[in-house]
Design a protein around this ligand. Sequence first.
Ligand SMILES: O=P(O)(O)OC[C@H]1O[C@](O)(CO)[C@@H](O)[C@@H]1O
Ligand SMILES: [Mn+2]
Length: 452
Amino acid sequence: MAANRALLHGGPPPLSAKVEGSFAYLTVRDRLPTILTRAIDTIHRNKNKFFEEFGEDGVQAEKRTIGFLSKLRNELLTDKPILALCDGLVDTDAWNQYLRRQQSLVGERDSVSWFKSSWLYVECYMYRRIQEAIWLNPPISDFDVFHESKTQSFFESQQAVIALCTYLQGLNKNMDNLSETQLTEQFHKLLQVSLWGNKCDLSISAGMENSQKGSPIDSLSDLKSFILVDDSNMVWSALSSAQKQGADGQINPVRVDIVLDNAGFELVTDLVLADFLVSSGLAKEVRFHGKSIPWFVSDVTAHDFQWTIRQTLAANHKWMSKSGVQWHSYVREGVWSYHDHPFWTMPHEYCDMAGDAPDLYTTLQGSNLVLFKGDLNYRKLSGDREWEHTVPFDRALRGFQPAPLCSLRTLKANVQMGLQPGQGENLSAQDPGWMTSGKYAVIQFSSPHRER
Ligand SMILES: O=P(O)(O)OC[C@H]1O[C@](O)(CO)[C@@H](O)[C@@H]1O
Ligand SMILES: [Mn+2]
């Protein structure tokens, strides 16, 4: 992967912890060290497990990993320079190249450090350093420090999962009798369920419990007014017209890609949406994109993806288990597939993708619709920059348009574009925390062929 090309793409400066009191500053000062402390604690609590699995070697590895993570925490708290990685993984060179690029941006005399560099970069770097600490300490190299909190979040939202699976199975039973209007209506509902599923990430709460309790379908109408931009009609048009576009009068096989965010309840909402897309015939194929290493506490890895489907399948509830059986067979038949690419766990903004991960960009170009879940994806779509709120979403993407795409995001970082004049100011006056509380959301669409 070549170096960051952000400057070539232009745009306002990236958010950074150097602005004292900003959300970025508070995240780096308070939330990130807390996440590291919890990771250290988790490793320590698993000491006996490591001993049972690997004997004394496991205990030594536990100690060394904790040492690495404590050092990392100290580097962060004292604003030390960002260090090159030395674990020799597939993306190590790309990370070190990115660091050199950051260094050239600040010049020889300044250092690239936790509180001075771009927030997006240092936050991603912290998760990559956690991976390095684990990786350099065999035999516990494949331990996921966030695994426990992800599974806990799944179990804590059991009632909501059951409600959702029951709804889905009711819908699937009646699918053939749905009118076009009813189909559209159900699409909008399940898109919104997937949107609000994004409230449940564990990074914003520094790993504390943050699960869905009530029935997700029932709360949709109350939540409607919190959707600040709703382009879902355009998403629907993109999807339904994709089917009809065959020049020879044939129906095109439609492919939807979902760039996943969090495991737990959010992943279930994504699987339910994907199930609906396939069972309604709106899509023939769904590709899920996840992370190849544990990331931002709750993000989905291949293991989380498989685990969630297995748990759903094995549930002691008729409709939940039926959903799991269906999902399992979609995966087996290749109707659904899971993919990870190292680019998703790099710090790049997405306008760099065509140059830095051309294979991934080409893959996405084959899609009829790419759904980007969550806050971090939104930050990367926009470059995590200080855009004016009224700047069009398309402009902030700075050329990143592999296919029709849509961001489904609850606001948990202070970057937001595509608002109406005055909308941001009104929100700031009424509810000063609107950009970071997770209470508001957006459904923002962009298409390579669309004029704004
Ligand atoms: O899981 P999501 O929706 O990407 O959110 C990740 C969270 O982490 C952050 O990147 C900050 O730590 C926020 O932007 C967001 O709250
Ligand atoms: Mn996340």
